[in-house]
Design a protein around this ligand. Structure first.
Ligand code: PHE
Length: 365
């Protein structure tokens, strides 16, 4: 590739200028053609190669034989040329062409990977629960997270000053005191107000499943957060009985946790259901034999449920007379999403779900 170096005609300034600017033009032209790492390496060897590089040949042909008084101007130009070559190689401004200064864009470098997102584990669990009920003919309903006292409490049969309100330490919005109690705004403490809102909009029969965020003024620990998520369900029709409640929930638990899971119901209390129950499932970790996860009882408490209290239908009937407690009946249930997701994925601290820590979240990708 190296052409021989022409003999210098003279060492005067004009001759040096001409000889070196011809070489500088060659450097520019060569640099402009550098489109790959290999071409760049070849260019480096052609010019800077220790034995056959053109710079070495220039030095041999011109510098070594120069008369003493020409050494200095020759040396200066020689160093300038060397600098131009090095600039062309490092992608500096030795050349005017952008691609020529190769290295500015190295297509062989690995790219920046943008990973594709996946469902958050809580979203995934919510969707699983919702789809189990959708398959049974339930439709989706949602409602506001900022709720009135009426929908969150009063219409659900928590009268003002009812002690049951204390069990749901409520986060209330500031500066609501001038409003009548039922209009005051608060962060909903459960998804049950969406039962009322939906019944007001739709006459029975009704089957809805309600996912959503809820808020309680709770001291946070490994299993409690002030914000968490629930999935609620409501079924209203003629002749709905407690057997329908048990059959529906038993089927849903088998669909979620496997067909060998058993359910059992204990008396409980909620102001808006009568009778009320807590439902337990046989421990999914030990199959009911007893282990640390189920505190050696063989059972895990999973949700609250009950038959819709006729008083609740009474509140709804003010707007939707078809909810006549003498003609219809229904059941409702509500469960915490985090608790179920913690069981499914073996997560021991609920805060992990909200930590936005990629090391935790990537396990679900
Ligand atoms: N809303 C109740 C809670 O948050 C759960 C529940 C829903 C109980 C529906 C019965 C019926 O604790």
């Amino acid at each position: 590739m190296n052409e021989s170096i022409p003999q210098l005609q003279s060492y005067d300034d004009a001759a040096l200028e001409q000889a070196f600017s011809a070489l500088a033009a060659e450097v520019r032209d060569g640099a402009a053609k550098l489109s790959s790492a290999e071409a760049q390496e070849q260019f480096r060897l052609d010019w800077l190669g220790r034995k056959q590089g053109r710079l070495k040949l220039v030095s041999d042909a011109w510098l070594k034989t120069a008369p003493p008084e020409a050494r200095k101007p020759l040396g200066i130009r020689f160093n300038q040329l060397k600098q131009q070559i090095e600039e062309a190689l490092s992608g500096g401004n030795g050349s005017t062409s952008a691609t020529a200064t190769s290295g500015a864009l190295d297509l062989t470098l690995p790219g920046t990977r943008r990973s594709i997102g996946v469902e958050h584990p809580l979203v995934r669990t919510t969707n699983q629960i919702v789809s189990v009920f959708k398959a049974m003919g339930y439709s989706l309903a949602v409602g506001p997270e900022v709720e009135t006292d009426y929908y969150n409490f009063e219409s659900l049969n928590f009268p003002p000053n009812h002690p049951a309100r204390d069990t749901q330490d409520t986060l209330v919005l500031a500066s609501q005191e001038s409003k009548p109690l039922r209009e005051r705004l608060l962060m909903r403490t459960h998804t049950s107000p969406v039962q009322i809102r939906t019944m007001e909009q739709q006459a029975p029969p009704l089957r809805i499943v309600i996912p959503g965020k809820v808020y309680r003024n709770e001291a946070e620990d490994a299993t409690h957060l002030a914000r968490f998520q629930q999935v609620e369900g409501l079924c209203v029709d003629t002749n709905i009985t407690f057997s329908d409640l048990k059959g529906t929930l038993d089927h849903a638990m088998k669909a979620l946790f496997g067909s060998s899971v058993k359910t059992r119901f204990f008396p409980s209390f909620f102001p808006f259901t009568e009778p009320s129950a807590d439902m337990q499932i046989s421990c999914i970790f030990c199959g009911g034999k007893g282990c640390r996860k189920c505190k050696h009882s063989g059972w895990i408490e999973l949700l609250g449920c009950g038959m819709v209290d006729p008083t609740v239908f009474g509140f709804v009937a003010e707007k939707q007379p078809a909810y006549d407690p003498k003609k219809i009946s229904g059941f409702a249930f509500g469960m915490g999403v985090e608790r179920i997701a913690m069981m499914q994925y073996g997560v021991s601290s609920v805060g992990n779900f909200y930590s936005a820590d990629m090391r935790f979240l990537e396990q679900f990708a």
